[in-house]
Design a protein around this ligand. Structure first.
Ligand code: HPA
Length: 245
């Protein structure tokens, strides 16, 4: 079954016929909220708002382990993350959608593995390709079927937040090879891999990253909501087609 984790700007899926809300308890504590079990175009999907229903959970405070555990407990096998990002590459203007294919992790202090704690077996996952190839291809097919466009590939830099970056930090991320920057891609992607879940992301550029383009003098936070509001209509159409495949 398909699971969708909605980020900023997507705390509800208007196209989801909600059949049930389910509170799931996990050995890792509480997920960000109840899971919504429902149907899109006749297909069962599970939706979870990453930052909680009232957008009250900051990126560094999200219980990523509980979220992924809960989705798997509801028979989710493929997770699509919707995440807002800053565009580092100059052509990635606000409103652009990217389906990233790589990640660099700059986060710290997050519970980043199921294999930690007393008595846990140590295990190492292969993470060469952090996003599942097949699910990325399906997503890109859904983008085309929806008549939308999206960048195929890109390096997602996961920063700690909740503050945005400095211009110098963005310059450094660019030198490292990053195309977009967000705060939630890790440890989410790694935890999905640890659980054997397929995982891919729809990254929506909310703003030029700090010091770039329109954000040269600062990031206009008030504009972000409008950009995401418009883009999420397109994201929903993509998800409709993905569910239908
Ligand atoms: N940086 C980090 N995360 C983000 C940004 C950004 O500029 N925009 C949206 N999420």
């Amino acid at each position: 079954m398909l699971g969708i984790i909605g980020g900023s700007g997507l705390s509800q899926l208007a196209n989801l016929e909600a059949l049930q809300r389910r509170v799931v308890r996990t050995p890792y504590g509480e997920p960000s909220g109840p899971l919504t079990l429902g149907c899109i175009r006749g297909r069962q999907v599970v939706f979870l708002a990453r930052h909680g229903n009232g957008h009250t959970i900051a990126p560094h405070e999200v219980n990523y382990r509980a979220n992924l555990w809960a989705l798997r407990a509801e028979n989710v096998r493929a997770v699509v993350s919707v995440a807002s990002v800053g565009g580092i590459r100059r052509d990635l203007r606000p409103g652009t959608i990217v389906i990233p294919d790589q990640i660099i992790d700059y986060t710290w202090g997050r519970a980043a593995s199921f294999f930690q704690g007393a008595g846990e077996q140590v295990a190492h996952i292969d993470f060469t390709h952090p996003f599942t190839r097949d699910l990325r291809v399906r997503l890109l097919d859904a983008v085309r079927a929806a008549g939308e466009s999206a960048g195929d590939g890109g390096v997602y830099a996961a920063t700690q937040g909740p503050r945005l970056e400095t211009a110098a930090e963005i310059n450094r991320l660019e030198r490292d090879g990053a195309d977009v920057v967000g705060m939630t891609g890790m440890p989410e992607a790694a935890l999905a891999r640890e659980l054997g879940l397929e995982y891919a992301a729809i990254a929506v550029v909310a703003n030029h990253a700090a010091g770039r383009g329109e954000s040269e003098q600062g990031i206009a936070l008030a504009r972000i909501e409008d950009v995401l509001g418009e883009a999420m209509g397109r994201v929903r159409r993509i998800i409709d087609h993905l569910a239908e495949q």
